[in-house]
Design a protein around this ligand. Structure first.
Ligand SMILES: Cc1cc2nc3c(=O)[nH]c(=O)nc-3n(C[C@H](O)[C@H](O)[C@H](O)COP(=O)(O)OP(=O)(O)OC[C@H]3O[C@@H](n4cnc5c(N)ncnc54)[C@H](O)[C@@H]3O)c2cc1C
Length: 414
């Protein structure tokens, strides 16, 4: 056993994904001193459920913007210099990279969604595929590590990054299941389930992101980085031929139109996409509306923890908005967003509704449609961090990685 494997047992925190900003800040505070060389050395070890203390476990919070990427980076730079915390900061930037990459390529997201519908249709008609799929998602493949990760995902809503990579690789290359079904399984059960990070990561494993470059899970690597918990020798595919997808996609330029809100009677819409509305650059809203729900991530049901986490995160954001803006926040759950927005806008005599910029995914689709049906203008505010990061996400991660210092300078962070 290495020192890395030994000292996990001393300081691993028990998983606690309480869906509040306070909990996110506590988690950040508890982790930040480990974000330097300790993270770079130990981040690849997956010691199992409840023992993920070598990584920050902040993704459910960052994903819903209970905590912002720039806050995480600022806290880390407060204790480490950029060089010492380089690896951790780069990881934080992967999220913005994938977000920007997908925003430039909306067709990739459309294809994924179409594929999911087609594939579940095939599952309904093909008993062999249905059985293989059911065994995979219920942890009954007989590959002990894979089965354990499937169960951990369902039970906790979280998986270590290395486990996600191994799992996706085994799904695609050993079990030979369609990558989109694996991505859907993750998306429905991860508290941090995110259209960009999830879809792009699965594509990356399968060789569709960096064209031709795949990720092959190897027994020896799993044994080493699970500290000997698993050793699937002889059970895994020995090669990982790249998947192919010849459907075309164009690169859509991103627009960051400034929104002139001064003097306008606006209402704030809070969704699970951004649970820190108090840091958005907007005038004090006349009213606010918290839209409930983890929205339709899939044609299949979401994990209960995912729904509960998203609901509570929105409610936490609503409480803060009420205090900071000193406005009434309507938090009544209502499945009909269009009707709800129409009533709310009429009641408060609003000229427009504002929200954080909506990126590809079910909330974007549903909220834009609802505002259109309600006959109210929707103004989306892009955060400066996103404006600084996304333009560098047109090609590979390296393009963004080398710009990290200048992005941080633009944001006045170094
Ligand atoms: C197949 C697969 C699917 C994934 N699906 C998702 C997903 O749906 N949602 C999601 O947020 N992440 C996803 N990831 C990325 C990554 O695994 C998680 O963000 C990370 O494991 C979260 O744990 P952490 O906060 O402890 O990470 P840390 O190692 O502590 O990293 C700090 C932060 O950096 C960001 N980050 C780290 N690695 C990545 C990465 N590879 N891509 C994007 N952001 C990253 C996260 O915001 C994370 O909170 C996926 C990775 C793979 C391989």
């Amino acid at each position: 056993m290495t020192q890395d494997t030994l000292d996990v047992f001393e300081d691993a925190p028990v998983l606690d994904f309480e869906p509040t900003r306070d909990a996110a800040l506590r988690q950040l505070e508890g982790f930040v001193q480990k974000a330097g060389s300790a993270y770079a050395r130990q981040r690849n070890f997956d010691f199992g459920p409840g023992k993920h203390g070598k990584v920050s476990q902040l993704s459910p919070y960052i994903r819903h913007r209970l905590l912002l990427e720039e806050e995480v980076v600022a806290a880390v730079l407060n204790q480490h210099d950029l060089h010492a915390a380089e690896k951790y900061i780069q990881e934080v930037f992967w999220r913005g990279y994938f977000k920007g990459w997908l925003e430039h390529r909306p067709q990739v997201w459309q294809y994924y969604k179409q594929d999911i519908v087609t594939l579940f249709d095939q599952i309904d008609k093909n008993a062999g595929l249905a059985t293989a799929y059911d065994e995979a998602i219920s942890g009954r493949t007989g590959i002990a590590c894979f089965d354990a990760w499937a169960n951990e995902l369902i039970e906790t809503g979280y998986l270590h990054n290395h486990a996600r990579m191994w799992f996706a690789s085994i799904w695609i290359f050993t079990l030979k299941l369609p990558w989109q079904l694996g991505a859907d399984f993750f998306y429905r059960h991860l508290l941090d389930g995110d259209p960009a990070s999830n879809t792009c990561s699965w594509r990356w494993v399968g060789g569709l992101h960096t064209l031709g470059k795949t990720y092959l899970a190897r027994a020896s690597n799993i044994e080493k980085f699970t500290a000997g918990r698993f050793n699937p020798v002889g059970e895994l595919a020995s090669e990982a031929p790249a998947l192919e997808d010849s459907r075309p996609f164009t690169i859509t330029p991103l627009r960051f139109a400034p929104s002139d809100l001064i003097g306008r009677q606006v209402g704030l819409l809070i969704t699970e996409e951004d649970c820190h509305p108090e840091s958005l650059d907007l005038p004090t809203p006349k009213a606010a509306l918290a839209l409930s729900g983890a929205t339709e991530r899939s044609v299949r049901p979401l994990g209960q923890t995912v729904t509960a986490f998203a609901l509570a995160a929105v409610s936490d954001a609503a409480q803060r908005a009420e205090q900071v803006f000193n406005v009434a926040v309507d938090t009544t759950p209502d499945p009909d967003w269009a009707e709800q927005i129409k009533d709310w806008a009429g009641q408060h005599d609003l000229e427009a509704a504002v929200t954080s910029r909506l990126t590809l995914g079910p909330v974007q689709k549903r909220l834009r449609q609802a505002c259109q049906q309600a006959g109210i203008e929707l103004i989306e505010i892009t955060r400066p961090y996103d404006q600084a990061v996304w333009p560098h996400a047109k090609k590979g991660f390296f393009g963004l990685k080398k710009k990290i210092p200048s992005v941080l300078q633009t944001l006045d962070m170094i």
